[in-house]
Design a binder for this molecule. Sequence first.
Ligand SMILES: Cc1ncc(COP(=O)(O)O)c(C=O)c1O
Length: 456
Amino acid sequence: MINESGLIVTFDDIRAADERLDNPRVVKQTPIDRSTSLEQTTGAESVVLKLEHLQWTGSFKTRGAYNKISTLPDQQEVSGVVAASAGNHAQGVAFAATTLGVDSTIVMPKTAPQAKIEATREYGAEVELVGQDFRAAQQHAQSLVSDPDVYLIHAYDDPEIIAGQGTLGVEMHDNCPTADTIIVPIGGGGLISGISIAFDALSPETRIVGVQAEGAATVPDSLNKGAPVTADSVDTIADGIATGGISDLTLSAIQEHVDEVVTVSDDQISEAVLLLMERAKQVVEGAGAASVAALQSDELDVSGETVMPLLCGGNLDMTMLRTVLIHTLSRRRQLLRLRVHIEDRPGTMAELSDVIGHHDANIQTVRHDRAVDGLDVGEAYLVFQIETSGADHAAGIVESIEQCGYDVEVTTTNSLAWSGSPVVSCSTDSGVLERRPRFLGIDTAVLVSLRDVTSR
Ligand SMILES: Cc1ncc(COP(=O)(O)O)c(C=O)c1O
């Protein structure tokens, strides 16, 4: 089945998948939306967002899963499919299998978010919760396929999965045939393999840009080495692309069809999640916002171009949304924690509240700390958590407090984001993965074990 260029998947495979998926109850034609604010910030002539996060199950995953299951040999004999996943692949396989009348068993780690477990069950899968991480789940899934009529559905290392994801490339080209650049997130590489094979056939001059999260970027090393490189651990809020490795199959497609790969930080991804909510009114998960993070980064020049970033997933966990919101507002100084050194006497809190009030900033909380190492008797700290309109506003408040003769420390930013927020398990579709909270200034509240947090 390998063609002349050494690739297993061809555009004909994608066309065939497109026919199989030609049913709106299986795959919706997802809309596009032009973003004038992104045009202004990037200098692009036209930014056309592809809203695939509005797909059934909230991501493109149903395309590959449906194509794979419907091409299994001896359909009548298939007694079930199995997948190991903590994320979108779980929901895609469950939905596709149920639509095709096939039983599915999805093995998820016990640390998977409750919302994803419930959604996977609602799509008709039997969910088995096994182990604390993806690796344990995957081992168990393997043990379930000893029956020859039960098939394991891989998340990306499979020609039929890639061909199914490639149908999104055909649709993107139909939506925007004049795109100069398209931007596609990369985890295990199945998505970009399919899309880039489609674009190479339909519009070879279109630049294909892949995006990886900085804390899970194995493609640049894999390209340098000429072989898939696996990460020992991954560390990103974009769990959809926190795969920690690609495969021979997806590497060969990336080598042949992808023009550039850029990496983006969690700060850039968080900013993009928020920006998409504020400006485009779209709620996407970290992986789904990575394309917009890349678009906004200095690494990519799109001046004068028509560019299409792919918003490929919308399953944003509410806990993660809270974390991203607080983190990004803190980084923008719209949320600020000020620690003011005071003589502990009546009237000081009123005086400082007054200063902040005069700047029209909202005080969310105030804390009076006396029992702090290094403070002399009669000294204290007042810690204000305040909302501002941004960095200039915040700087003005700090200056006014200093002018009143106080020492002020801005202790805010990322500690706010994490305090009290559960650490999110990052088991992914291909394994590894140890999740380390990596934002700076972590509160001790965060330094609890993953098991403690995820079992809450
Ligand atoms: C929302 C989202 N975007 C992108 C990807 C990356 O896809 P792939 O692993 O095929 O590169 C995934 C994979 O799970 C995903 O869930």
